[in-house]
Each structure stands twice: as C-alpha cells, then as structure tokens.
Design a protein around this ligand. Structure first.
Ligand code: RIB
Ligand code: CA
Length: 330
C-alpha cells in the first residue's frame, strides 16, 4: 500500500488524543513525526501526552518533537477546563519510556518536508498554528513544498467556542494563523461548522468501550471526560470531537464537504480576535483555501473504531532496512 507521509502537529488535549489514536491505528499513513505545541496545556505537557498516547498505541517508532511553548505574540492561554489540568482528561499521566526526539519541532517540520518530494508530505495541525508559522518564517519555501495542510480551527456560521466569534486554536495564536493563511499553503480548514457535526454521543462512546483495546479505552476515556465537562460547562449531552476531523479527511475525503474560499483572521480587535472571515465568493480555480461545511459523523466514528481495533503496525517504510535479526546488517 502507498502510505501517505504525515506529520501531526498537536496540543493533546483530549480530542487530539482521539485524533492520534485514529492516526496511530491507520495503516494508510507513514507517520513521520508528531510535533507538540503549547495550547490546551503547556508544551512540556502536550509533548509528554503525545509520548504517552504513542506508548498506549504501541507506535514508539514515531518520533515526538517538542515545539513552541508560547504564541508568536499573545500570552499563553490554556483550555484546561475542557482537557483536565494535565491535558488527558481523567487519565493520570506517567513518564513514558521513550523520550522526545532531539531537536525542535519547527526544524523537524522543515527537515522532513524539504527532504521529500514536493507536495508529498501532508500536515495535520490540531492546535494553535505557532509551530507551522515559525517553520514558514524560517523556511518560506515550505509553503510550496508542503502537501495539504489540514487544520482544525476556525469559526464561521456556528460562532465561536472561546469567544462569540472565535475558535480556540485560531484565537490562541491569531497572528500565527494569519501568517500561515497568507503564505500560499494549501490549507483545508475544519472549523466548528464541520466539527460540531461530529459528536461523541453515548452510544458511540459505548461502541468504543466495547472494543477492549488500549487505544479504544484511551479514546473512550477522553470522550467520557469531555461528555462530563461539556455537560457541566456548556450544557451539551454530546460533546463535539474536533481534532479527528482533519485526520479523517486525509483518510477518507468523501466524509466531508469542502468549499473553495479565501480565509483571513482578525488580529486587531480584542472582541473579534481570532475570528476567521471566510469568503466563498472566489474563483474556485484560484481559491487559496478550502473550508469544511459538513461532516459525516458516523463515517468519522467508524474510522476511529477501525483504527482502535487494529494492532500496532509500525510504518513499513520507516523500517526500509531490515533489522539485524531479520537478516539485515550485511
Ligand atoms: O476548538 C477546539 C480545538 O481547541 C481543539 O483542537 C481542541 O483540542 C482545542 O485545542
Ligand atoms: Ca487540539
């Protein structure tokens, strides 16, 4: 099978955790790296959490790089009330066996993308866009080299979740999002218009709990936490599960309807900070971005269930050279 080379930039984060379990269990990806960014909780915790989730999924061959600990300009602002103080809901964190990879996430993104054929590496961004913005500042050629940049972020017709008009990832670092959108990257944005259609209803969580695998148990635990806190804070019975959407689109694009558009981010007004202005009145052939307007929630949860059932299968191309005991080492 031709695997899609993929880097996931994230801030685990309970829904990031579900997205990672989806990616770790999907043999359609050659997972090049997980890069951590400060967001829901500080980056020392998001990087640790990515390593914990990697260990649970049995995918310790995938390197985790630590990235930016603060936005380009704004003060760091977490979302611990929705993710738990440690970022993994009710899960008690532990120190994972495998450490972070050496080097900064920004350099890892640059090296991995620039070292491969143009447009061959996809990037899923599931937290504030700080790492990607810093990488584009350091290596502007990245914009044309990157494949699709599937971003969880943005607020339009659904309104915001951190303010009336902004979604958390974009609000947390609006300058980073604005810079990324202005560079010509092939951004596909999964905002609340789409992710609010993907909800962890009780039956869907119970179906995961019935699978009995470590990945399914972890994903279900995160959703149960969200179910409780979103009921308490927002009054919802079924919380949206945002971050699996970009990963699910990379796996099965037909699950989402996208509209060509141009997106800009508000960075001046405090009231509308981080609002994504999405203009659909563009020439489709010239549209720089795409915005997800609908999602097939059953399809997304089916992918999550399939991935959580699959035993850990390290990316084949990551072990192109057989290990000594496999007859290699000549
Ligand atoms: O608004 C939802 C986004 O903010 C998700 O990525 C969630 O993990 C938080 O980071
Ligand atoms: Ca996230």
């Amino acid at each position: 099978m031709n695997q899609q080379p993929l880097i996931i930039d994230c801030d685990p984060g309970v829904d990031d955790a579900v997205a990672l379990m989806l990616a770790f269990g999907s043999d359609a990806f050659e997972l090049l790296a997980i890069t951590a960014v400060g967001g829901n909780v500080p980056v020392v915790k998001t990087a640790r959490n990515a390593r914990i989730l990697r260990q649970i999924a049995g995918r310790e061959e995938v390197p985790v790089f630590m990235g930016a600990d603060r936005p380009l300009r704004r003060e760091p602002a977490g979302a611990g009330e929705f993710h738990g103080a440690e970022g993994l809901g009710d899960m008690t964190p532990f120190e994972p066996g495998a450490p972070c990879a050496n080097g900064h996430a920004v350099d890892a993104i640059i090296d991995l993308v620039m070292g491969r054929p143009a447009k061959s590496v996809a990037l899923a961004v599931l937290g504030p866009l700080t790492n990607l913005a810093l990488a584009l500042r350091k290596e502007p050629a990245l914009a044309d080299r990157l494949g699709p940049v599937a971003v969880m972020g943005g607020a339009r017709s659904e309104g915001g979740n951190i303010t009336a008009s902004a979604e958390f990832n974009i609000w947390a670092d609006p300058e980073a999002a604005a810079e990324v959108l202005a560079t010509g990257c092939d951004v596909v944005m999964f905002g609340l218009d789409a992710t609010h259609q993907v909800r962890a209803a009780g039956a869907r969580i119970a179906a995961l709990e019935a699978l009995g695998t470590p990945s399914a148990d972890a994903a279900a635990s995160m959703m149960r936490f969200s179910q409780r806190v979103e009921k308490e804070i927002v009054g919802w019975d079924a919380p949206p599960v945002h971050d699996p959407c970009p990963v699910a689109w990379l796996l099965k694009p037909a699950l989402f309807e996208l509209q060509p558009c141009r997106i800009e981010v508000e960075t001046h007004s405090e009231l509308t900070r981080g609002h994504t202005a999405v203009e659909f009145r563009v020439d489709p052939a010239m549209a720089p971005h795409r915005w997800a307007v609908s999602a097939d929630a059953d399809g997304v949860f089916a992918l999550i269930g399939e991935a959580c059932l699959r035993p850990a299968a390290p990316s084949t191309t990551l072990r192109a050279v057989p290990l000594p005991h496999e007859g290699g080492g000549k």
